[in-house]
Design a protein. Structure first.
Length: 274
């Protein structure tokens, strides 16, 4: 088996439930991976800036597939920014405002390349929840009326987190039926749907790096726990679902490892470099 790239989902996969990881162990394994010229990629639904912060000590040794593949950086340079058309942003935000009320939605945001954005009237609880995943966050007077032009930013995704009390599958169906042509949404965990261009997924983001480094599908190892990881788990015979992953995700992967709290990703990678 020749592995040239490993891609790690973050929440529920690489990060433990305390939103951190074993820095010392990762540093040792990362050094061995890079010594073997194996590229290491953080592949997440959250923003690029958060991934940089999480890997502050290691970011110059890694690549980043963020926002489910809408924004890809390699060696600090943008490789892909898949922005949503301005009209699609306007229609989507308007439809969400008209269809759902405050009792349906626990968290709502717009994600750009420079920052993520929430409504000025957001509750402290909702703001804190959003900040957990998007720590470069700005408040705007009215989220429903923002546009890329007004923000002076490229909008790559729109996030909607539904409250625990709602029928999540039913709300997803309603949301997806409202989306303009060319957009789709993916489940990223925690009752959250991330809306973006329909071509956006983690496998498509990884493909940018594959082309850059001339890496085949069977030379990739991937790790994930939720539905937005399926595309990259199915990409390779070396896809690993976490033991804490959903059954649908486990069915998509050829392999399984320990839970995120048991350092399942690092356990596999340690064997890879031993």
């Amino acid at each position: 088996m020749t592995i040239k790239l490993v891609a790690l989902d973050m929440d529920g996969t690489f990060l433990n439930d305390q939103n951190t990881y074993n820095h010392q162990r990762f540093a040792e394994i990362l050094g061995k991976l890079r010594a073997k010229n194996i590229h290491v990629v953080s592949a997440s639904g959250s923003q690029y800036q958060r991934l940089q912060d999480k890997f502050a000590d290691f970011q110059d040794q890694m690549d980043f597939v963020s926002q489910n593949g809408a924004v890809v950086y390699s060696q600090g340079d943008p490789v892909l920014i898949q922005a949503m058309p301005e009209e699609a942003v306007t229609k989507t935000l308007g439809a969400i405002k008209e269809q759902f009320d405050e009792t349906d939605i626990a968290e709502h945001l717009v994600v750009g390349v420079k920052s993520a954005y929430v409504d000025l009237g957001i509750s402290k609880a909702a703001y804190d929840l959003t900040y957990y995943y998007y720590n470069h966050l700005k408040k705007v007077p009215s989220l429903s009326t923002v546009t890329p032009t007004r923000l002076k930013d490229q909008i790559t995704s729109i996030g909607v987190t539904f409250g625990d009390q709602v029928n999540f599958d039913e709300k997803i169906g309603i949301l997806q039926s409202l989306l303009p042509a060319g957009l789709s949404s993916q489940t990223t965990g925690f009752n959250t749907q991330l809306i973006s261009e329909q071509t956006v997924n983690k496998a498509a983001g990884l493909r940018q790096l594959q082309d850059r480094y001339n890496i085949a599908n069977d030379e990739i190892m991937t790790f994930g726990d939720d539905e937005n990881d399926i595309s990259m788990l199915e990409l390779t015979p070396h896809g690993y679902a976490m033991k804490n992953a959903k059954d649908k995700v486990k069915a998509a992967a050829k392999n399984e490892t320990d839970t995120n709290n048991e350092e399942g990703v690092l356990n596999v990678l340690e064997n890879l470099v031993s």
